[in-house]
Design a protein around this ligand. Structure first.
Ligand SMILES: [Zn+2]
Ligand SMILES: [Zn+2]
Length: 319
């Protein structure tokens, strides 16, 4: 292809428009879209997706990023957390409050609802006992009502309970459907909602600021680990909302499934040890919806961890 030196033109604009019409693009998507654009430009010489190289795609994206930059947008790439760890690209806003971005076309009440859903994912359903970081659609819908007294985070005594931030069940349902459609939430086969790769790309910094606390001097290792609710993979340093955790509950080590394979292959050993605490890496303790399975739950949860589940009526806690 002769695209690398091409100045910004209508083919870049068409590519950007195709980008904005979707939430994310994989390399294969981008190749198909570019091929269609080139074919439309010159119908006598049809271009096949196979004719487009990865270098063509990245060249287009860097040209577009030059144009997007003054508008505080950028096309970024990240890998999915699934086993294949596919690279995807997404347009992200580089400045304003990311939660407002997620909810850019939504009302204040809907934004408040989205915040309650995120709190449920990253606090209520993300405890030392079970780092699920996802909630079922049913659990999310139950959050349509604003809580009477919201003592989450700092207590703001004079703030009246925002009764108006309650959504009807119907509106909550629609809001969730829109978030799935726009590629912010993903719904698993078992009905769990979690943040999509695109949402993680855009919300990463915000999630860390919002849900991680600074350690206290007197913290035990377990307490310090519990304060870091949004953890990064020990191998690739990206956020882990789906993956594996060390079988030592106090240990902060997390790894993506694909990173586990790579990591221990690199070590070449048959018995896998946690890179942080050296306890055996069992591949039986999970982050993500697999953590909600009764099979992965250690017996005899302490009173403290039970208390930390308070407020949630998650199904992993119902028996
Ligand atoms: Zn990783
Ligand atoms: Zn460990």
């Amino acid at each position: 292809m002769e695209v690398d030196q091409a100045p910004y033109n209508n083919t870049h604009r068409a590519f950007l428009q195709a980008f904005m019409a979707r939430s994310t693009m994989t390399l294969e998507d981008a190749k198909r879209v570019l091929a269609a654009i080139f074919t439309a430009r010159d119908e006598d010489r049809p271009t096949l997706a196979a004719d487009i190289t990865e270098a063509d795609v990245t060249s287009y994206i860097s040209s577009i990023n030059v144009e997007l930059s003054p508008l505080d947008f950028e096309i970024r790439s990240a890998r999915t957390q699934t086993a294949d760890r596919t690279w995807i690209w997404a347009i992200v806003n580089t400045t304003s409050d990311p939660l407002t971005q997620v909810a850019t076309t939504r009302s204040a009440d809907e934004i408040a609802f989205v915040k309650r859903v995120l709190d449920a994912m990253f606090e209520t359903h993300n405890t030392p006992r079970a780092e699920i970081m996802a909630i079922t659609v049913t659990q999310a819908l139950q959050l349509h009502k604003a809580p009477r007294s919201n003592n989450h985070e700092t207590q703001q005594d004079d703030t009246p309970a925002p009764a108006r931030s309650t959504l009807s069940m119907n509106d909550a349902q629609k809001c969730i459907e829109n978030l799935i459609e726009e590629g912010w939430f993903e719904k698993s086969r078992k009905g769990y909602l979690s943040l999509s790769p695109r949402a993680l790309m855009e919300l990463r910094g915000w999630l860390v600021d919002m849900y991680n606390e600074s350690p206290d001097e007197d913290d035990t290792e377990a307490e310090a680990t519990a304060r870091i609710r949004v953890k990064s993979c020990e191998a690739c340093r990206e956020i882990v909302t789906v993956g594996q955790r060390c079988s030592n509950r106090a240990c902060r080590c997390r790894l993506h499934d694909a990173c586990v394979r790579q990591f221990f292959r690199g070590q070449g050993g048959a018995d896998k040890k946690c890179p942080v605490c050296k306890q055996e890496w069992t591949e039986q303790t999970f982050v993500g919806e697999r953590a909600a399975r009764p099979a992965s739950r250690p017996s005899g949860a302490s009173a403290a961890s039970r208390r930390s589940m308070m407020g949630g009526d998650s199904d992993e806690d119902s028996d």
